[in-house]
Design a protein around this ligand. Structure first.
Ligand SMILES: Cc1ncc(COP(=O)(O)O)c(C=O)c1O
Length: 384
């Protein structure tokens, strides 16, 4: 099988991830709940993973990173914990439903939302962003990279603009964490949402949110935190305030192992490998001989422009789901067709009716995988 759906979830997971999960089942109890050996072992797992995340994102105090189930939960916490009726929030037309749906919900509660329309290739115009800012703008929220086109948002520039206007800045790093460098201090990011199961190579059911210590973010859940049990209210101390209930300790153990794996290989090497795979795919598809007509339409950034390892396309005359089905059933190549939970992004690039076929590369793909995918697309274009 050739797996090219890493933007949905990365596959396979590194061996140390599976080993760490198995080890956790053997040795760890409930973290922060009790002072016995098993509870302490679990607490160590959680602390170590939090520290590794802090190192990866250049967060000074690991307590400002809180664990969530996924990026969606982290985004909900950031948006709903911060915004109040009367606030204004700016976002883009390239967002995943993980951002657009909570914002829709907040809009109904009296929060004003401005959605900046990006170009057909998914680019954000910074002048449009500047023009959208008003006296009541509390937050700018955007993806770091589109999960449909791979287009990168200029988050360094946006961070600077936000800081200059004393507006909070939230980044959805679901598609970039573990692939692109992210430095919350340098990039002026106040809220960074990420999931553990894509570029971070960890298990599903893991994710988190970095929360700037200056933000008094309201928690969305209250409950047991292990300590402070005699306090009738949710403790305000971090990270406990945002982590009510027993966490996904085995998953977090796996995430810790994947973070060490990434650190050992080096983020830059991972980035370069995935960039080369993506370029190879794009070049192969662009060079494909035109039979009667150019049948493949590629979306997203121009040739040579940096993008996340995501390539979406359509084959003229074919439904994207049909292409996905043939790739999967006949050639054992796994891609994802449809709207990719990002209807706004598809509207922006002009594919809202049909969606597209998305190829997304990961660390464990090889150039041979890509050659095979190109060859198969050539065959499909000729025969279908
Ligand atoms: C850009 C983007 N944001 C958010 C999400 C949501 O991630 P999760 O499913 O881990 O909550 C995804 C997942 O595909 C994504 O691509």
């Amino acid at each position: 099988m050739i797996y090219l759906d890493n933007a949905a979830t990365s596959y396979p997971k590194p061996k140390p991830v599976m080993e760490a999960i198995a080890e956790c089942f053997k040795r760890a109890g409930s973290p922060g709940r009790g002072a016995h050996k098993m509870a302490l072992a679990a607490s160590r797992v959680i602390l170590e993973t939090r520290e590794l995340l802090a190192e990866l994102f250049n967060v000074k105090d690991p307590a400002n990173i809180v664990f969530t189930l996924n990026a969606t939960e982290a985004i909900n916490l950031g948006l709903k914990g911060l915004l109040k009726p009367g606030d204004h929030v700016i976002t883009t037309s390239m967002e995943h439903n993980a951002v657009t749906r909570p914002l829709k919900d907040l809009e109904a509660q009296g929060i004003r939302v401005t959605k900046i329309k990006c170009s057909q290739k998914g680019h954000l115009d910074l002048d449009d962003l500047r023009d959208s800012i008003s006296h009541d703008t509390k937050l700018i929220v955007m993806t770091h990279a589109s999960n449909v086109t791979g287009t990168l948002m200029p988050i360094e520039d946006v961070g600077e603009i936000a800081r200059g206007k004393a507006i909070f800045f939230m980044v959805d790093a679901a598609q970039t964490a573990g692939i692109f460098p992210i430095d919350v201090q340098d990039m002026n990011i106040d809220l960074l949402a990420f999931c553990g199961h894509k570029g971070l190579l960890g298990p599903q059911g893991t994710g988190g949110l970095y929360i700037n210590p200056d933000i008094d973010l309201k928690e969305l859940k209250q409950g047991g935190t292990g300590g402070y049990s005699d306090d009738p209210f949710q403790p305000r101390i971090r990270p406990e305030r945002y982590e009510a209930g027993t966490p996904n300790t085995p998953g977090i153990a796996g995430l810790g192992a994947s973070l060490k794996f990434i650190r050992d290989i080096g983020l830059q090497s991972i980035h370069d490998l995935e960039r080369d795979l993506t370029l190879h795919l794009l070049e192969g598809l662009r060079k494909m001989p035109r039979i009667k007509m150019p049948r493949i339409k590629l979306y997203g950034p121009q040739a040579g422009e940096e993008r996340a390892p995501v390539v979406s396309l359509n084959v003229e005359g074919m439904n994207p789901h049909e292409v996905e089905f043939i790739l999967d059933q006949t050639f054992d190549i796994t891609v994802r067709a449809g709207l990719h939970c990002a209807p706004d992004a598809h509207r922006t690039i002009g594919t809202e009716g049909l969606g597209a076929v998305r190829f997304s590369m990961g660390y464990f793909n090889t150039m041979e995988d890509i050659d095979q995918a190109i060859e198969t697309m050539r065959y499909i274009c000729e025969k279908s």
